[in-house]
Design a protein around this ligand. Structure first.
Ligand code: ZN
Length: 387
């Protein structure tokens, strides 16, 4: 009898596991996956890589985006802060051109999305919907007309700073210079609200964050930040900031970098950030581009170093935001192709179904998971852009 009871238990377990897999697969096919920060376009501009192929390294390409169900990535046109003034504008246009080369080469596989409705339509047609973002307010060269022209080029969000302060906003990884946002910085936020561009507060100092919330009339996003109480780096958000973000109606995308997820990797990440931020060569034109290419090769993001972080850490950060700010204010902002350390179990975008399965196992409902994997960010896009 005991033998039969054991067999029955085994059978029940196997059936339950099969049920769980079927449930996860059903859910995955109904999800609209939005990732609010990837650095992949650097690989196209600097490395001339073909995103249409399944690449042997890095974390993103078109086949793996489809496989992972992340149909709407935000491609960051990141410009290092040592590109100053007109050079930062030139570099932004170079990145926008690299992005265009991908759209032109694969019109049947990827398309520019400039609104929430656009994004939904493109994903429904089976293509990847690419949302374009700027990473660093210095890219507007202190000129609102440049900001407006970026919007005309289809760009729909901007982090107010990168690793260094700019002329109108303090960064979380620099010494405070303006005590948050200057008057012009506040004008930038108002203009972004007016033209329908999402204000991204990842990278800004705590004071810049609170100044931004005092000015903005629209929800803001933190495209790639995690929780500071779990990994103590200034790029992550405190509980108080998470609560303020919730009151604003905004959403934070959890960053998958090991340094953003656990205290052990956080130290190495801060050392790397400080080193990157300290280097500011005084170059222009081709010598500046060559310097950037060498720096990019030296960082070698395509081959991440080992990390202590795991998929459980990602779930723990999601849990924490849900506990402090609520289910409507958390999303995914991996920072893939821009982090030196990826979590075990989520080594590239093709592994995202494992996160969906982990969230199901953790007790989240289908509706909760839809919000986390993209629904919350889609809501903010519609609120800010207007359709
Ligand atoms: Zn970043």
């Amino acid at each position: 009898m005991r033998k039969y009871a054991g067999l029955c238990l085994l059978l029940a377990c196997a059936l339950q596991a099969q049920d769980e897999i079927a449930h996860a697969q059903r859910l995955k096919s109904s999800l609209l996956g939005i990732d609010t920060h990837i650095d992949t376009i650097q690989r196209v501009l600097v490395g001339h890589l073909d995103l249409g192929q399944r690449l042997p390294d890095g974390q993103i390409d078109l086949p793996r985006l489809q496989e992972g169900g992340m149909h709407a990535p935000f491609f960051a046109l990141w410009v290092p802060t040592y590109f100053k003034g007109a050079e930062a504008v030139r570099r932004t246009l170079d990145l926008r051109d690299a992005m265009q080369s991908v759209f032109d080469r694969y019109p049947d596989r990827i398309q520019l999305a400039t609104s929430g409705a656009d994004l939904e339509r493109i994903v429904k047609s089976g293509k990847i919907a690419a949302v374009l973002t700027l990473e660093g307010g210095h890219q507007i060269a202190d000129d609102l007309a440049v900001l407006r022209m970026y919007h005309r080029l289809g760009i729909r969000s901007m982090t107010l700073t990168h690793f260094r302060n700019n002329n109108w906003a303090d960064s979380s990884t620099d010494k405070p210079r303006h005590n948050g946002l200057t008057d012009f910085g506040k004008e930038v936020v108002r203009e972004m609200n007016r033209i329908g561009m999402m204000v991204d507060i990842s990278h800004v100092s705590d004071k810049t964050f609170y100044d931004t919330l005092a000015v903005t009339t629209k929800p803001v996003i933190a495209s790639h930040s995690s929780c500071r109480v779990l990994a103590e780096i200034p790029r992550n958000m405190t509980d108080d900031m998470l609560k303020a973000l919730a009151r604003n109606g905004g959403v934070v995308g959890i960053n998958f970098g090991g340094g953003f997820l656990n205290p052990r990797d956080a130290r190495a990440t801060m050392a790397n950030i400080n080193q990157m931020a300290a280097q500011e060569p005084d170059l222009v034109g081709k010598p500046l581009d060559d310097y950037a290419a060498n720096e990019y090769a030296r960082q070698n993001w395509a081959r991440p170093r080992p990390s202590a972080a795991t998929i459980d850490d990602v779930v723990a950060h999601i849990d924490h935001v849900v506990k402090v700010a609520g289910i409507d204010h958390v999303g995914i902002g991996t920072d893939f192709d821009g982090i030196p350390d990826v979590p075990k179990g989520l080594e590239d975008v093709s592994k995202m179904p494992a996160l969906v399965a982990a969230l199901l196992k953790h007790g989240y409902s289908d509706q909760d998971i839809q919000k986390i994997m993209g629904g919350n960010f889609l809501r903010v896009m519609k609120q800010v852009i207007g359709k």
